[in-house]
Design a protein around this ligand. Structure first.
Ligand SMILES: C[S@@+](CC[C@H](N)C(=O)[O-])C[C@H]1O[C@@H](n2cnc3c(N)ncnc32)[C@H](O)[C@@H]1O
Length: 243
């Protein structure tokens, strides 16, 4: 099995408990003007549906797509959205060409495939399902910042778990590999997962998106709409349009 078929399961809410509805509400508000007249919207790799919930609270029709049965189930249990979420692979979006007005891809939900052609295929699929004038909101980590200040090992607590994380760069900095161990402090049981991310830089992302036809509209460095500064910003947030 591929790492992304395993990693986004019961451990996810423990590892990323800080990625919550408060954060998605704030981001949806900050970027809210992008979605005017864009319904329906697709949340590509929607996970537990926090962005689905935040954006639909703002009055939009939004669908979600994700591979993880566990996280889609969590979405249904937490927020509902029955009939608006689908289990699929982001390389083959089961929607008609030109059928949505906006696609969002939030919190580093890209670069999961070991072949660049597969990651490129995702951008092509996003472009395909958008109608003319549609927009793509894309949120990734700042690869150069991560690579230049790599924290090789860390340990933290989350609920009753102790989380140990080891990070390394592979293939001359093209991939960030994280080995994560979660130890249940009460029972002593251990679970281990791996995450492998293709560390696309801002320049590489822009070249890729332009190559499939997108026009880049703006690049931000954080959820507060701060400008992107290479090596400094935490995020690379690219807004592009099909026009
Ligand atoms: C880091 S999480 C982000 C989830 C959500 N965007 C958020 O902000 O909470 C990445 C998501 O990508 C999904 N994913 C991983 N591989 C996928 C694939 N091949 N196709 C569709 N979704 C995938 C995972 O199941 C997970 O929900």
């Amino acid at each position: 099995m591929e790492w992304y078929e395993v990693a986004f399961d019961t451990l996810y809410p423990i590892l990323y408990e800080h990625r919550d509805i408060e954060e998605s509400d704030a981001v949806a508000k900050a970027f809210g003007s992008l979605f005017l007249d864009k319904d329906p919207i697709l949340d590509l790799a929607c996970g537990n549906g926090r962005y689905l919930e935040s954006i639909s609270r703002r009055g939009h029709l939004i669908f979600g797509l994700d591979l993880s049965h566990y996280l889609l189930r969590a979405c249904l249990d937490s927020w509902g959205h029955k009939g608006l979420i689908m289990q699929a692979d982001m390389r083959r979006i089961p929607l008609l060409t030109g059928s949505v007005g906006a696609v969002i891809n939030m919190f580093t939900s890209f670069g999961y495939f070991s072949r660049d052609t597969d990651n490129l295929l995702v951008s092509k699929e996003v472009f395909r399902v958008l109608r003319w004038g549609g927009i793509f909101l894309f949120d990734f980590i700042n690869a150069r910042k991560i690579a230049s200040s790599l924290l090789e090992e860390s340990q933290r607590e989350s609920g009753s778990f102790i989380i140990k994380e080891k990070r390394r760069l592979e293939n001359y900095g093209k991939y960030l590999v994280k080995d994560i161990q979660a130890i249940n402090a009460q029972s002593g049981t251990k679970e281990q997962i791996e995450e492998r991310l293709r560390l696309y830089t801002m320049d590489e992302l822009i070249i890729m998106f332009e190559s499939v036809g997108f026009k880049i509209d703006s690049v931000f460095g954080g959820y507060d709409l701060s400008p992107f500064v290479e090596g400094v910003s935490d995020r690379v947030i690219i807004v592009s349009a099909k026009k």
